[in-house]
Design a protein around this ligand. Structure first.
Ligand code: BG6
Length: 486
């Protein structure tokens, strides 16, 4: 179903996010017939590019990021005919009047301003959108993390945006919420009667959330060294996943009902009192090692520095202090240069209260629900079964296995395809509200503060391993183990 006519203005249009994600995402939606005839995309950036040069750059991005078998020349031509370019300065008024004029005839349409820039420009761009008359009732603004470095800077950014755009026209992207398998979490929990009665401390032993990447910091060491894994992944993506697992069922699937429930989870997170104790938090930094079959450099080497306190891995034990989850640990971990790229949510249920089997049947393993977010999205429910054969009762854990690729055999759309169109549709359900972002920072901040005052550095781990041994100890101390690779 095509969305309403819109104009999308992408600030930072020549940057990495625009080229790698936004333009290819819009191209895919165009091919799917979802962009109305009149939809326009205007790139805006500092460079004095001509429209033709921008269009050439956009064409290259499509060719580079959309596989040849998924596009035809005619598709590319149709898409680039929608594009235009305006040079604007971010820190003075250069080009803004011209941009406002270019948009004057589109005022009746939805106007989406996508700030694919660093956060330092969010305030100045919003201020000019307001001053040059572009923040009218049909205008929406889209921003992406990092929304601040800590609570205070997040509040400042939110206030600067909020001066110009009311909250119901601000879309804060967390691209994890646009992933198919993440949205499926809501379907799994709330469209099946099976799980919800068991979804609590009486039936669940613990939850693990792992977001592992095999890549290092690639060309982003400059940004990454100011962020680290806690800010880059936990404050946003991982806490959002935790919220979707732990939240109460919303009354309806509308934006505020869902976000109200997520906010309650964030506010119920038990503050981590002693972030320097490896009982609660472990931070690591990769050293040289091997990944995907080849030797790779260590983080400091990539950064070109002698020393850095930035963590490329973090493991935490979180607790949601409410009626449903009292006493159930949520073990969270994420890292760069892990053995593989894999993101899983694992719900481990409590074992049966009593075994009717002899010792010869073997141990009874707890049931586990493994939600694989990427790659090979799917759901596995591990159940105990009898090993086939006449040899008596022997028990074995075997998965009921649902792979999305086998079940649906359709292309899995990228998160941005869904999210940008949701902005046009005016649906904020998959976007973070201001109070959510601030509540997430409130929980993260004491950890950052403890680290910034600490004498010791992140613990080293060899690239291509699952992080420092202290991260294994963090969970094994409680008599549990990480489920590497699901
Ligand atoms: C981004 C982080 O938000 O998410 C990156 O800044 C990280 O450091 C990326 O690599 C991971 O996203 P995905 O979709 O590849 O899991």
């Amino acid at each position: 179903i095509p969305v309403v006519p819109f104009v999308l203005v992408v600030f930072g249009a020549t940057g990495d996010l625009a080229r790698r994600k936004l333009l290819p995402a819009m191209f895919h939606r165009d091919m799917a017939g979802q962009l109305p005839e009149a939809a326009k995309i205007i790139g805006a950036a500092r460079g004095k590019l001509t429209a033709d040069a921008f269009i050439a750059l956009a064409r290259e991005s499509i060719i580079e990021h959309v596989p040849a078998e998924e596009r035809s020349e005619a598709d590319v031509e149709r898409f680039i005919a929608r594009l235009d370019y305006r040079a604007v300065e971010a820190d003075d008024d250069g080009g803004w009047q011209e941009l406002a004029q270019a948009l004057a005839s589109y005022r009746e349409r939805v106007n989406v301003f996508y700030l694919a820039t660093g956060p330092a420009l969010f305030g100045p761009i919003c201020e000019r959108l307001g001053r040059f008359g572009m923040a009218h009732g049909n205008a929406r603004v889209v921003v992406e993390k990092p929304i601040g470095k800590n609570l205070e800077s997040a509040k400042e950014l939110n206030a600067a945006i909020g001066k110009v755009f009311p909250e119901d026209r601000v879309y804060r992207i967390d691209h994890y919420l646009g992933k198919e398998a993440v949205q499926n979490l809501m379907a799994l929990r709330f469209a099946n009667g099976l799980f919800e009665p068991l979804w609590d401390a009486a039936h669940i032993d613990h939850v693990q959330i792992t977001v592992a990447e095999s890549l290092g910091v690639e060309g982003r060491a400059g940004y990454y060294d100011t962020a680290g894994a806690l800010r880059d992944m936990v404050q946003n993506h991982i806490l959002q996943l935790l919220c979707l697992v732990a939240m109460e069922p919303p009354a309806r699937l509308d934006a505020d009902a869902v976000r109200d429930e997520k906010l309650k989870v964030l506010r119920a997170l038990k503050p981590i009192a002693d972030a320097l104790s490896t009982q609660a938090v472990v931070r690591g930094q990769y050293r040289a090692g091997a990944s995907a079959g080849g030797a790779v450099r260590g983080y400091l080497d990539e950064l070109g520095a002698e020393t850095s306190t930035t963590e490329t891995f973090v493991a935490l034990k979180a607790e949601v202090q409410n009626w449903r989850w009292a006493g159930v640990p949520f073990y969270l971990r994420t890292g760069k240069r892990m053995p593989e790229r894999v993101s899983d949510i694992v719900i481990t249920f409590r074992p049966p209260p009593h075994s009717v089997f002899d010792a010869s049947a073997g141990p009874i393993e707890a049931n586990k629900l493994v939600i694989r977010l990427q790659p090979d999205e799917g759901v596995k429910l591990w159940l105990m079964t009898k090993d086939p054969g006449p040899g008596g009762m022997r028990l074995r854990s075997v998965p009921l296995d649902m792979s999305f690729a086998n079940a649906f055999q359709v292309r899995n759309p990228d998160a941005y395809e869904r999210l940008v169109l949701d902005v046009v549709r005016g649906n904020q359900t998959l976007f973070m509200r201001r109070d959510e972002v601030e509540a997430a920072w409130t929980w993260i901040e004491p950890i950052l503060e403890a680290w910034s005052n600490a004498a010791e550095l992140p613990k080293p781990y060899t690239a291509g391993t699952w992080g420092p041994s202290a991260a294994v100890a963090l969970i094994e101390r409680d008599g549990r183990t990480w489920l590497d690779g699901g």
